[in-house]
Design a protein around this ligand. Sequence first.
Ligand SMILES: NC(=O)c1ccc[n+]([C@@H]2O[C@H](COP(=O)([O-])OP(=O)(O)OC[C@H]3O[C@@H](n4cnc5c(N)ncnc54)[C@H](O)[C@@H]3O)[C@@H](O)[C@H]2O)c1
Length: 270
Amino acid sequence: MNDAKMLEGHVALVTGSGRGLGYAIAYRLAELGANVAIHDRSQEAPAEFGEFKDLNASAASIAELGVQTMGVVGDIGDEEATVRIARDVQAKLGPISVLVNCAGGDIAAKGGKPNPNDALGIKLEDIRALLDRNLIGTMLMCRAVVPEMMERHRGSVVNIASGAAHFGHTKEVGYAAAKAAIVHYTRCLAAETREQGVRVNVVSPGATKTGRFLATRVTDPDRMEEGYSLNRYANPREIANGVAFLASDMASFVHGQALRIDGGLTLYPG
Ligand SMILES: NC(=O)c1ccc[n+]([C@@H]2O[C@H](COP(=O)([O-])OP(=O)(O)OC[C@H]3O[C@@H](n4cnc5c(N)ncnc54)[C@H](O)[C@@H]3O)[C@@H](O)[C@H]2O)c1
């Protein structure tokens, strides 16, 4: 193994990788030699913000890197679907050694952003939808994949939270709370897998220039440019590099940690 192909021999499943940050992570893992399963909620989801025609197109673009890949669909909030997703990937690509839980977002039960979206006003149906899409989906995917990793004493899990998980907000509150729960679930799972050698960590990205982010936000032009200042939006690849590090043997003794990749947006200990 050399560093250029440090994930050769690995099978990775990246949820929510038909587009956006998940796609950038899948691409980076594939560049480093992993065979990667591309997952999304539906065949059509990658087209929502114009990134790919469909999931087959996302997977085909990863296959161009010369690794094995496949597309798999399913709602991560549905337990049966998560079991099927894991089984399909194992059947086609082999045992999963890298799981990246990237699917998620601040999406209301009926689509769009919750409104109201604050601590006291957010509707109960939106709180439940946010928990399903973020915390519960992440937990279900871990439950579907990690036991087998523990049996084989081989595996690395990287959950994707958010900078929003780490400080108090007046908006995006259900999302922030669900992401904070992912951070703590990661620690608890890490305690459970420690003796078996399955590493579990969480990455909290700051605002990142994905198709969805650019299509749904009023962005600050001063933060768009990738110059010397770290007071800017991240390029998806900058987040993907951190995930690749945690997934690889370069991070062989890094376990149960939250890595905030946010250009120093959250500068405090812990
Ligand atoms: N872009 C940012 O600024 C930013 C910052 C912090 C955290 N994040 C997190 O990174 C992840 C990716 O964000 P993104 O900006 O690429 O957004 P995105 O909406 O493009 O990506 C989310 C992906 O998850 C999929 N998904 C959503 N709900 C699902 C479900 N129930 N079942 C299966 N798939 C589902 C979507 O279809 C999509 O492919 C999300 O978890 C998001 O919360 C993003």
